[in-house]
Design a protein around this ligand. Structure first.
Ligand code: AP5
Ligand code: MG
Ligand code: ZN
Length: 215
């Protein structure tokens, strides 16, 4: 049997990246994440699209969505190359959801359900490894030594868009554009809703059980 195609949905800070790392480790799939791909290409010149801004960075720092043309291309290329994947950060609006439907078949759709109030605390306290991308939280998931990655010894930094102001805008953009995507999958009866407010280990138990039973 080939590796599963998994979609993980959830608000900014719901724990998509955290759980995707576990999925990659246990199920041997690729982590396809538009956020990381865009962060690696923040200053790419997209002025030819004639949209509001000329780089992904400008959209991301404002908490807005990068144009569909840019992200659709990233996702298509990554999914074509993957033998099984966990897709994180996409689709974020209904147009992206329709495009995804055209290019792939999903085996499992997970939704990490977390209350809005919790999201701001999670994101403003997040720290990420500058070297390997591992995720921490100053309070909920601290590294053994402050500011240092447990996995690789790299430096832990704060993401540019994890300031309180940008976090609030990201949550607004999510409510307006991405909640309809959740409803779409729910109506299709494909959505596995997981309580994302449990501890990271408890969330992982539910994620693993769901993938094992549905894939
Ligand atoms: P992206 O990087 O995808 O950010 P996001 O969706 O806002 O999600 P996050 O990465 O912030 O949260 P997460 O769910 O991964 O949470 P994490 O596991 O880190 O996108 C960034 C930007 O790129 C967008 O704003 C947009 O501009 C652009 N973009 C990306 N995709 C796009 C697309 N498809 N179309 C257009 N534009 C796009 O956890 C968060 C924190 O909580 C961590 O500190 C973690 O340690 C902690 N934590 C995790 N789980 C728990 C738990 N169970 N209990 C307590 N704490 C926990
Ligand atoms: Mg993430
Ligand atoms: Zn690291």
């Amino acid at each position: 049997m080939s590796n599963p195609n998994i979609l993980i949905l959830g608000a900014p800070g719901a724990g998509k990246g955290t759980q995707s790392s576990n999925i990659v480790e246990v199920f041997g799939v690729e982590h396809v994440t538009t956020g990381d791909a865009l962060r690696a290409n923040k200053d790419m010149d997209i002025s030819h699209l004639d949209t509001e801004y000329d780089t992904p960075r400008a959209y991301m720092d404002a908490g807005e969505l990068v144009p569909d043309e840019v992200v659709n291309e990233i996702v298509k290329t990554a999914l074509d190359e993957a033998d099984g994947y966990v897709l994180d950060g996409y689709p974020r609006n209904l147009a992206q959801a329709e495009y995804l439907d055209e290019i792939t078949d999903l085996d499992v759709v997970l939704y990490l359900d977390v209350d809005k109030d919790e999201l701001v605390d999670r994101l403003t306290g997040r720290r990420v490894c500058d070297e390997c991308g591992a995720n921490y939280h100053v309070e909920f998931n601290p590294p053994a030594e402050e500011g240092v990655c447990d996995e690789c010894g790299g430096e832990l930094i704060q993401r540019d868009d994890d300031t309180e102001e940008t976090v609030r805008e990201r949550i607004n953009v999510y409510e307006e554009n991405t909640e309809p995507v959740i409803e779409h999958f729910e109506e299709e009866g494909e959505l596995a809703r997981i309580d994302g407010e449990q501890t990271p280990d408890e969330v992982w138990d539910d994620v693993r059980d769901t993938v094992e039973s549905e894939a």
